[in-house]
Design a protein around this ligand. Structure first.
Ligand code: NI
Length: 413
């Protein structure tokens, strides 16, 4: 125990409580503190001015949700292995520690994988995280990494960090909703925690909690449409990708723009070692865009101006029945003197809001469906069998395809 309980004031949970010295020490490592300088929602702040919260606040939030869940399990004497409390709280706090700034965009263009970096930051003996974990027990870094990458033998512990109803989703949906002001992304978190039960290696929900979980799944559905797939945020991502591609292409041609930070040199010119990766945050990228606003390369200069001043691209839907649309817009772009390699993009996005086989690509959690425990019949019932609205959004993948290009292009659909 810490001498005095530590608290953080938080817009989602009210207070976040830290009693365990391990959690406190982990919060104070430089790798976790770095998350204060990375926005959780990437480019969404350009659509929702409030969407500025950091990955640090989300990571604390996931820890807090797990703390509340394991406390509720112990209070009610459910069959929950108490000896895993510290492990699962640490895994919740660290689950996103390897994210880069604008992670998903950067990952696609540069080929980084945040999961790989999360594991390295936990397992590499040089990191402060590793040293803090190892101080408790030599195996702890490996156990924490195993919970996060879903290879830990205790499936129940894994499912609190990643599953259909995990602490990660519970926190980010609420937090993104509170910050952006998209109110229908909210749901009754306290009651979800109350109706959760550990059951035979998985988390299930008491049948009377059906509507509470329905509200959570519908909140997820709304948040995807209103926030994560928002066409304006996607437009900013398209420009961000074009900037990164332009820099890569210039580097390949031997015309590298100025690299105002060694982390960028690592990213584009040499290798990205651990030291440089930890230095890579939003400030490094924004500073680079500022510098490149005055680049000698007209394309890089223009793209950086567009991103920083929010002169984003416009878009049209790209329906299956009109495959020629892309070529038509490309021809018009060229005609007006723009290079389609940087000024034209197809953006395809989509998700499954509730899927039986979520994660089936890696074959690890095929049975991650949501189950309700029916006390009268003493059996589990899969969620979409009981709920018409959930059945309506389950399994099917909804895909959105749009073509983005500069507003100045004269194009009428
Ligand atoms: Ni997360």
């Amino acid at each position: 125990m810490i001498d005095e309980e530590k608290v953080f004031k938080d817009p989602v949970h009210g207070y976040i409580y830290v009693n365990d010295p391990l959690i406190w020490d982990l919060i104070n490592t430089r790798e976790v503190q770095r998350l204060r300088r990375i926005r959780q929602l990437g480019t969404s702040y350009l659509t929702y001015p409030g969407g500025e919260h950091s990955r640090f606040s989300h990571s604390l939030g996931v820890y807090e949700v797990i703390r509340q869940i394991v406390q509720a399990f112990s209070r009610n004497s459910y069959e929950w292995p108490d000896e895993y409390n510290q492990l699962v709280m640490a895994a919740g706090l660290l689950h996103d520690v390897g994210h880069a700034p604008f992670s998903h965009t950067l990952e696609k263009v540069i080929g980084l994988r945040h999961e790989v970096w999360t594991e390295r930051l936990i397992l590499d003996p040089s990191t402060e995280i590793h040293q803090v974990l190892k101080h408790i027990s030599p195996n702890l870094p490996y156990d924490v990494a195993a919970v996060i990458n879903k290879t830990h033998p205790q499936q129940l512990v894994v499912s609190l960090v990643s599953g259909q109803l995990d602490a990660d989703r519970l926190d980010y949906l609420m937090r993104d909703s509170v910050s952006t002001g998209v109110d229908y992304g909210k749901f009754d978190l306290a009651r979800i925690i109350r109706v959760m039960r550990p059951w035979d290696g998985r988390i299930v929900v008491k049948r009377s909690g059906l509507h509470t979980v329905e509200a959570y799944l519908l909140a997820r559905y709304f948040m995807y449409w209103q926030v994560y797939f928002h066409p304006v945020s996607r437009s900013a991502e398209v420009i961000l990708k074009a900037i990164l591609r332009r820099v890569k292409d210039l580097v390949e041609k031997g015309q590298s723009p100025e690299m105002p930070h060694p982390a960028l040199t690592g990213l584009f010119l040499e290798t990205l070692n651990l030291e440089r990766y930890v230095a890579l945050d939003d400030t490094v990228l924004f500073n680079a865009f500022n510098v490149w606003q005055n680049s000698a390369d007209p394309i890089l200069k223009d793209l950086c101006n567009r991103f920083l001043d929010r002169h984003l691209f416009t878009y049209v839907e790209y329906p299956e029945y009109d495959p020629d649309l892309y070529d038509k817009i490309a021809a018009q772009l060229k005609h007006q003197g723009y290079d389609p390699a940087y000024y034209l993009a197809i953006d395809e996005t989509g998700t499954v809001y509730y899927d039986y086989y979520l994660g089936a690509e890696d074959g690890k959690d095929k049975d991650s469906a949501l189950f309700l425990w029916d006390d009268s019949s003493k059996r589990l019932i899969e969620m979409s069998r009981l709920s018409k609205p959930v059945n309506a959004i389950a399994r099917e993948r909804q895909v959105i395809r749009r073509i983005y290009f500069p507003r100045e292009i004269q194009w009428n659909t």
